[in-house]
Write a new protein. Structure first.
Length: 233
């Protein structure tokens, strides 16, 4: 899914710009997954843009597990001397147009999962080109991400359209999400020393799993809808 939407987003941007993205495939160590970075720069419409995907896995050291527990993940068990295993995947992008009348956009959707025991064998290649790991006992998972817009010159109709699309995306998953995630975005990207927000905001969320009382497929569909919403907008 990540590579498919990476290609769809890059194709949509290239159709507007006329330029082409440079691709860099990378791996995380010998068997820690990998990713694909695509960058377009110094082109006609876009000054610079990056659309990147990754799917990586490895070991969380005991200290990292302790810090995560202190920051709200109280369901995590105490890590033994070897730590816990993790899997993380996501798509992230930042687009800077050349014309200051067009806004900068940021988007990110990600998934994180923690396992009790180390994957002991590989089970093929993941969609980002790295080695896939065999999963152990799942302890915790969550989704995070969002999208926001930072215009230099504000056009009200564009701002309204952007937020309407985000509201529609949220409403398709949960009618309470838009107001909740908009407030979260406004607070998270607040520039406190200037006492101002970053751009016109958008939505932001993290640690989204509803206490794991529902299937992760609900939030997977929400994240996928967010990627499609960007293309449609």
């Amino acid at each position: 899914m990540l590579r498919r939407y990476q290609t769809a987003i890059c194709d949509a941007l290239a159709s507007v710009d006329g330029g082409s993205f440079c691709e860099d495939m990378w791996t995380r160590g010998r068997s820690g997954g990998g990713g694909c970075s695509r960058v377009l720069q110094d082109s006609t419409v876009l000054e610079k843009g990056g659309v990147n995907v990754s799917a990586v896995h490895g070991t969380l050291p005991p200290d990292a597990v302790t810090k995560m527990t202190c920051h709200g993940h109280h369901d995590l068990p105490a890590a033994d001397g070897e730590g816990l295993q993790f899997y993380a995947a996501g798509l992230s992008m930042v687009i800077h147009p050349r014309n200051p009348m067009a806004p900068t956009v940021h988007l990110n959707y990600r998934f994180f999962q923690i396992f009790r025991r180390a994957p002991s064998e590989r089970s093929g290649t993941n969609e980002c080109g790295g080695e896939e790991a065999t999963e152990g006992e799942s302890l915790l998972w969550w989704f995070g991400g969002g999208a926001d817009l930072s215009p230099s010159y504000v056009f009200e109709e564009d701002c309204v359209f952007f937020h309407e699309k985000l509201r529609e995306q949220c409403d398709r998953c949960d009618p309470l999400y838009y107001a909740r995630f908009k407030r979260w975005c406004d607070a998270y990207f607040r520039n406190h020393h200037r006492n101002e927000g970053r751009g016109i905001g958008g939505i932001f969320f993290d640690d989204l799993n509803e206490n794991m009382t529902v299937s992760p497929e609900k939030f997977f569909a929400f994240a996928e809808d967010g990627l499609q919403t960007f293309i449609d907008a």
